[in-house]
Design a protein around this ligand. Sequence first.
Ligand SMILES: Nc1ncnc2c1ncn2[C@@H]1O[C@H](COP(=O)(O)OP(=O)(O)OP(=O)(O)O)[C@@H](O)[C@H]1O
Length: 958
Amino acid sequence: MSKHCSVLHYNAKFSRIAANILLKEMKESDALLHLLKVVAKNSRSGSTGVYETLNSQGRFSNSLQFHLQWAESHGQKKDLEGFKKVLDLARDRLVGKQSLENLESGFRDLADEYFPGDVDKLFSQMDDTNIIFKPLTPNGNQRKGRRRSSVAILQRAAASSNPTAVVSSFGPKTRTLIRPEFICRSDGYFGISVEEFRAAQLSDDQGGDMDITEMEEAHNPQNGQTRRDSGIVKNIFEPLKTNSDAVIQRMKEIEKENRRRKMSQIEEEQKSEKTLDDSLLDSTDDKRPRFHSPLAPAKTKSNVSSLRDKTIVLSSDSARSGTAADRTLGVDSSFTLENVHSAQKGGLSTKEGRTSSQKPEISFTETAYNEARALFSDTVHLKDGSGGEEDLTTAVKGKSPPVEESFDVLDDPDPTMLVHSEKRQSDVPSSGLNVVFDLESSEESPLLKSDEIEQIASPIEPHPHGADESIIMGNFFRRSGISAVTSTPMESGIFVSAEEFFGNSHANDVLKSKHEDDDGVFAMPKMPPAGFRRQSLANTTRTNTALSVKNESQNKGKSSSALEKDISVSDVLESDIRRLSIGGVENISQKTAEVDLNETTGESKRRRSEVITGMNPWDPSIRKKIMASVRPPTHLHEFEGICPKVQAMRDLTVSGENVQILTLIGQGGYAKVYKGKLEDDTCIAVKYEVPSCAWEVYACDQIRHRLLKNANADLVNISNNAVMQITEAYIYKNASLIFNAFHEYGTLLDLTNSVHDPHWMHVLFVAIQMARIVRSVHGTMIVHGDIKPDNFMITKKIDAELSSADVLDDYVIKLIDWGRSIDLASFRDSTFKGRAGTECFDCPEMIDGRPWTYQPDYFGYIASVVLIATGKYESLKVDGFSLGEYRLPAVIKRRLVIRDMLTEMIHQFLNIPSCNELPSWDAVIEKMESFWHANFTAVEWRSVVGRFNGAISSFATR
Ligand SMILES: Nc1ncnc2c1ncn2[C@@H]1O[C@H](COP(=O)(O)OP(=O)(O)OP(=O)(O)O)[C@@H](O)[C@H]1O
């Protein structure tokens, strides 16, 4: 006991002295803040007191990091008022020096963590990417989410620069405040432009400031912690619980009623558009409602970068060991305490196995040890303390005058400073990959023993794209006891010879078996016959590049549907070889997962309404089985532990790798996406999703694999440049971290918000590239399931020097977000029924309750193109009452010369007769390309490119 007290005392005094030295010796910097944080958290008066003291001394008043740390200290105490006070203070002090977006993103993270229910009240900025797809208000207008209009943001900034200005309401039914100043002066004073006000007025008139969450709550009180792929029905209408057919019928009726009401309004609009069109009123731009883009990709300089560049070594031992913690922690190298070293002798006993050369008189707790590591540079060697407290104090005294005793220190554990001791699953007797952890799912099937593996086969209908049946991988099996799931290849799983599995009589039996029911079939194979052999790993790791070169010449010029046929036995073989343990065993119970129920990464209210009858392609247990049928990609790492928290302005250590998390760049319905920087300074996007979503990793891997299989130059090009490639994926019990290339130029939605009244070449260029990408994805029998403009990242500028043909091959967009994808190859010829898309953004088949497969993507595609062309979200809500007469209420300007072609495509894609009569991507693309080439003019194109590139450059510099 007395020894423990002496540790505390030593630690307290040591830290206090260190803190004061730090303040005295170091310049105000993030590194210093980092160190002070260590000290502050141990303060007896609480860390808040420390920050208040620093604040009263006028220190760090211009530091965002300081305010974040201070706010966090309030968060930890659940002190909302204190949190708000610091947030307001930060806004007052820092607006003008920081963008509001940047400023708020860090606070938002903290609020998400500590005050999840109050986030909406605290922030003026919208944090979601997909506001455009939110449900409409009853009168057909779109609701806004949390972010208020840009005017509100400007007002806030203006108010802070001129607090005495009169603020009054803009008018009845509006929350937008009007300000008398509409100027921007060089002295920093600025107001709001007339145009902004007009946009805001329009937006407010449409009820734009309504809080969507309230409405959603009203519709769907159960909406909450359900992951998207749970397949759990979230009913808008009560009867759904008991009779989904009746519900779909009821939904159809309601939809029809709504549409009927809207039709007359739309027709009037169409008429007035004609008049407007004729007079080519450019002022329509001003009236056009703006879309809220995702948080803009920002070239934010890391506020923590200074930590990284410094050397952190506690003792010579730890320096040599170069642990993850060493890399995680950092101090300013200017802070050297050589004299401390000289005042000490001996070694330090640590949990990490280092032993002292002399018997230590003072031992550190692990926390204290870690903190000390954070506090001292490589020139500081902490040894056993034979000199003890006195030596240290004396040594320090020589360098620093007596210091204020502002900080009382306790020895509390600080989980944030502990090294994450994640254990790779390969190191642990594994339970298999907890690929899908569904908090609400009660459908966790018990592990299948080998003799329990059943077969439910399906009759075969021709694949709509003509893919060879042999690509179909609708046979899953799962075995108990499959070993660890890691990036390391499985040692003990069952491997199936594809020839036998797909080509022999057994396979044929499987393929010819009956449907389990009419609603679709999820096929599982019989146990593979004896003699199935494990494929050599060398084969499995054969690079796709080799494949791509091999047949490139033969395949060049083949259409995608022709190529689908080429995905035959050999393709399946490759896929088959890749059979894996991913999802092989699932025994993560809700009890053991320790999931923080308050934490989600997406919008607090989910926006999808899933009402599926029959087979649910997002069913987690089905997904698990599908994943269990392939070998996991090498970049997938699974951990048994809980995911480290990801927050802007903090470092993250995963699997020994340190990632600086710079800023929040987007928040979709399910995940938060951060910009991060790796140790080699590469920027990446880190998709942090709670609960974890391994499916996205599977889908991306399969797409890439199947695209490259074709060895067609265009498909290889698309695979490499136009489809998301995951570089690393970390799957934890409660969350997943997916790393992929960071794209600074924003999304097609950002572009749409920025380029008003786009030129036809702009629209057609993007439409062709999008169509080619979707075609190639469908060629692999995968449905993306969430095609929309904010799921296309812009990857680079258009090269104006390229010819009209080459520029189409030079992809500048990339399809991301595969969390909603469906691997139709695994479902044989099943179709699905019911709706599960974004509310008010469902395809007609979902609305009607007709069967669908690829239709959501056709709809998502055409709706996206229409949005890009018109810039109006009102254009996206399906009108019409029955097949043949569905349409979008799009008002496409006559001067957009591709109007007729678009109108035809809208009709075609919305009125797909059946799953066997899908529109031909080849034909559609050919038509668009013919128009492109026939009407291409270099001069106009240059101007279009200039506008396009100019707009995306502005995102990059934000
Ligand atoms: N690689 C990237 N580089 C830059 N920004 C990105 C990247 N990936 C995603 N983002 C941003 O994050 C947003 C959300 O990403 P994503 O669509 O993957 O999340 P989600 O939660 O699955 O969204 P959704 O609601 O569409 O399902 C994107 O719209 C985009 O703005």
